[in-house]
Write a protein that binds this ligand. Structure first.
Ligand code: NAD
Ligand code: UDP
Length: 311
């Protein structure tokens, strides 16, 4: 039985990850400050004697003995990470320093939840891991993008300098049940708006694209990466390469919910990437991974979840 620490474990992806790792026979310690995560996401796990929930902020040091660390603590929605940009940078950078220091001391393997945002508004399409990105260092998204880039830098240097066993996953837009209904990300926003019969808010003309990955596929890739040999560190893109415009997404959500909502347009936020699509060749070859759940199926499952919580 492995003992595994999941930071950000009460969030959308973290809570599913805790559940998966417990089901696979591990002992799991979930650490979260509940900024965007919620106890309700993990409350069903509290009866499990191999699950432990700790309120802690990763910007402060934390000591524990574990075999593996999944470092997911960081708000992921633009609305949330821009709410307190300085805190977002601290969470990514100080959080990485604290968790890497811990991994070094206890000789644990550590995985960083990085992001497609390290590519910024990409000028290379689809994005390969070798692309360095196109990020505005002083823009609205910089607190998140540059924070995650600095975290990657810390990870590779703890590996080179201190032989820490690291893994870096670059996650592309992932959605599914347990996203916060007010989280502000596009899939949850559109589904909640459609279920409530409110206008669907497309930012800009909706021609910008994203490639949406269902959470269970993402977690398969993440766990496979953690289980690779020590010589493979990543970074590796994990996401679904099927690309959709935001307008197409809005129309799909309206169709699948049977909603009478109308599509309206609102201003495009600054530095909003125009296109995003992962090249997953590396994940295919190194992890033997590719996504299984396409957008239609994933949206149907996510809509079913939101029907149970949206009034
Ligand atoms: P989320 O907001 O639901 O989860 C983040 C969790 O981290 C929350 O539970 C939050 O309370 C916690 N947290 C935030 N700051 C913290 C701090 N200082 N100390 C302790 N806990 C803190 O988002 P998510 O979608 O589950 O994302 C999880 C991770 O995956 C994040 O690191 C995110 O950057 C990364 N990621 C997600 C996506 C995606 O599309 N979902 C894409 C790229 C990267
Ligand atoms: N978006 C939108 N309406 C919304 C929320 C988001 O049109 O209500 C757009 C947003 O401008 C972006 C895309 O959807 O182009 C994805 O936004 P999200 O916040 O989900 O993630 P990110 O921009 O980080 O990929």
């Amino acid at each position: 039985m492995k003992k595994i620490l999941v930071t950000g474990g009460a969030g959308f992806l973290g809570s599913h990850l805790c559940e998966r790792l417990l089901n696979e026979g591990n002992e799991v310690v979930c650490l979260d400050n509940y900024f965007t995560g919620r106890k309700t996401n993990v409350v069903h796990l509290l009866d499990n004697p191999y699950f432990e929930l700790i309120r802690h902020d990763v910007t402060m040091p934390f000591f524990i003995e574990v075999d593996e660390i999944y470092n997911l603590a960081c708000p992921a929605s633009p609305v949330h990470y821009q709410y307190n940009p300085i805190k977002t940078v601290k969470t990514s950078v100080l959080g990485a320093v604290n968790m890497l220091g811990l991994a070094k001391r206890i000789k644990a393997k550590i995985l960083q939840a990085s992001t497609s945002e390290v590519y910024g508004d990409p000028q290379v399409h689809p994005q390969t891991e070798s692309y360095w990105g196109h990020v505005n260092p002083i823009g609205e998204r910089a607190c998140y993008d540059e924070g995650k880039r600095a975290a990657e830098t810390l990870f590779v240097n703890y590996h080179k300098q201190n032989n820490v066993r690291i893994k870096i996953i670059r996650i592309f837009n992932t959605y599914g049940p347990r996203m916060h209904p007010n989280d502000g990300r596009v899939v949850s926003n559109f589904i909640v708006q459609a279920l409530q019969g409110k206008d669907i808010t497309v930012y800009g003309d909706g021609s910008q694209s994203r490639s949406f990955c269902y959470y269970s596929d993402l977690l398969d890739g993440m766990i496979r990466l953690m289980n690779t040999g020590d010589d493979f560190t990543g970074p590796v893109n994990v996401g679904n390469p099927n690309e959709f415009t935001i307008l197409e997404l809005a129309k799909n959500v309206i169709r699948l919910t049977g909603s009478s909502s109308k599509i309206i347009t609102q201003p495009l936020p600054s530095d909003d990437p125009l296109q995003r699509q992962p090249d997953i060749s590396l994940a295919k070859s190194k992890l033997g991974w590719e996504p299984k759940i396409e957008l239609e199926e994933g949206l149907i499952r996510t809509i079913e979840y939101f029907k149970t919580i949206v009034k």
